[in-house]
Design a protein around this ligand. Structure first.
Ligand code: SF4
Length: 180
């Protein structure tokens, strides 16, 4: 099992190593290694891109990302449940039209202000899911519960960089298309 640091980030003046799982069977990072959302900045300004992720948790509290093929199974393994149970209890099915074809994907359900799923889990969602902000079901207030298998869109997302540098839904949908 191997994982390797791929990026050195400066966060709040501290140097922090971001670890990414690079292949099936790689070790999941320990709690100490999980750099995701340990705290909030409290700063409403858009951070400088060179600071990297500064762990404000804003995206986890508004728009969870789409999974890539194979990631739902890994997330289920981390949680110790079967993939279909995970889908039925914590995920929604989103969709996008690509080249005239509807492609379905999985995403974490957003929670309402009472901490309950704001959408029916295990079901296809409509435009409202994308329009309404909501805390991700996997965000526990200080970190991502499925960090080692977080959706690829989450792993690639950086709020401070130009949108075109983040992974688009179209790119993710094409991965699902190719996966069949
Ligand atoms: S899956 Fe994890 S990284 Fe993605 S929005 Fe939810 S808590 Fe944040």
């Amino acid at each position: 099992m191997t994982s390797k640091p791929v990026q050195q980030l400066k966060i709040h003046g501290r140097e922090q190593t971001q670890v990414r799982v690079i292949a099936d069977g790689d070790a999941a990072p320990s709690e100490d290694e999980n750099p995701y959302w340990l705290g909030e900045d409290g700063d409403d300004e858009v951070p400088a891109p060179e600071r990297g992720c500064i762990q404000r948790g804003l995206c986890c509290k508004s728009s969870p990302g789409w999974f890539a093929p194979g990631e739902v199974e890994k997330a289920a393994e981390i949680l110790g449940i079967a993939p279909d149970v995970l889908v039925r209890s914590k995920l929604v099915v989103d969709r996008i039209e690509i080249d005239g074809q509807i492609v379905h994907t999985f995403a974490p359900v957003k929670l309402d202000r009472f901490g309950k799923p704001a959408f029916a889990t295990g079901k296809v969602v409509d435009e409202l899911y994308r329009m309404l902000k909501g805390t991700c079901v996997f965000y526990d207030g200080k970190g991502c519960q499925i960090y080692a298998a977080r959706p690829l869109e989450c792993a690639r997302y950086l709020c401070s960089q130009p949108a075109e540098k983040n992974l688009s839904h179209e790119e993710l949908a094409r991965m699902w298309q190719q996966a069949g």
